[in-house]
Design a protein around this ligand. Structure first.
Ligand SMILES: [Fe+2]
Length: 246
């Protein structure tokens, strides 16, 4: 079974379309999305409609932006730019797409008994896992050997080994065989708003039979996406940061 792992799409339909085109060539059986479908970008409905058209079994959890745009959270932790984008998104959503976001489950969620998924971390959907210190407590927050997470927008692998935790940031295309006797927290990076100074969309595919995670980056029309953000009247910096992957 091959799982397509997508996180932090953030209303970026250009990036999502490019990722799906690439992933289809690499083959996948099921789709797993780790939250933050919307927020920041100009095309929340196009993203949700495109995902709906994928004829594969799907597993979803909510992200912090998904909660705020449908009023399940007041956005108190958001900076002013993120909050402005959330309010814009709230007005732009079709009733059907709003209902979809409202119904998204809170992680962690077990997928096929093979692994778990969460947004920020297994213990707190709004918390980040940036370093080993955050990973230490979070390895106690799930039961499987592997948990995929998002939220930080940084493709990364945290490996619980016998004598400590190995922390790796993944640059570009990379294959990783998961080893027996280890546990993993793995972030496939962000489709729609990478923050590792690489503007290319990030995603991963997990082959649960071979226990292989494949990380990939896909270039897409960032300039066009930026123009859509500017034309929508969203904060200008939300478009500009896509150019540099920040
Ligand atoms: Fe996000």
């Amino acid at each position: 079974m091959r799982y397509l792992l997508l996180s932090d799409i953030h209303s970026n339909d250009e990036a999502l379309a490019a990722v799906l085109a690439r992933a289809r060539r690499r083959r996948f059986d099921r789709v797993v999305i780790l939250g933050d479908f919307v927020g920041y970008g100009a095309e929340p409905n196009a993203v949700l409609d495109r995902l709906r058209r994928i004829r594969k079994e799907k597993f979803f959890i909510r992200g912090n932006h998904d909660k705020v745009v449908c009023g399940l959270d007041d956005g108190e932790l958001f900076n002013p730019v993120a909050l402005e984008a959330a309010r814009w998104t709230e007005k732009a959503l079709t009733p059907r797409n709003r209902e979809f976001l409202e119904a998204l489950p809170l992680g962690p969620l077990a997928v096929d008994g093979a692994f778990e998924i969460c947004h920020g971390s297994p213990r707190d959907e709004d918390a980040y896992i940036f370093s080993y210190r955050y990973a230490v407590v979070n390895f106690q927050g799930f039961y499987s050997r592997v948990c995929f997470f998002g939220h930080s927008h940084i493709p990364s692998i945290f490996t619980l080994e016998l004598h400590g935790i190995r922390v790796e940031v993944v640059y570009g295309e990379h294959s990783r065989k998961l080893e027996e006797g280890r546990r993993y927290l793995i972030n496939p990076g962000s489709v729609g708003q990478p923050r590792d100074r690489n503007p290319a969309a990030s995603y991963a595919i997990y082959d649960a039979v071979k226990r292989l995670v494949f990380f990939d980056r896909v270039t897409y029309d960032v300039e066009r996406t930026r123009e859509k953000i500017h034309r929508a009247g969203l904060p200008v910096m939300l478009g500009d940061r896509l150019l540099v992957g920040a």
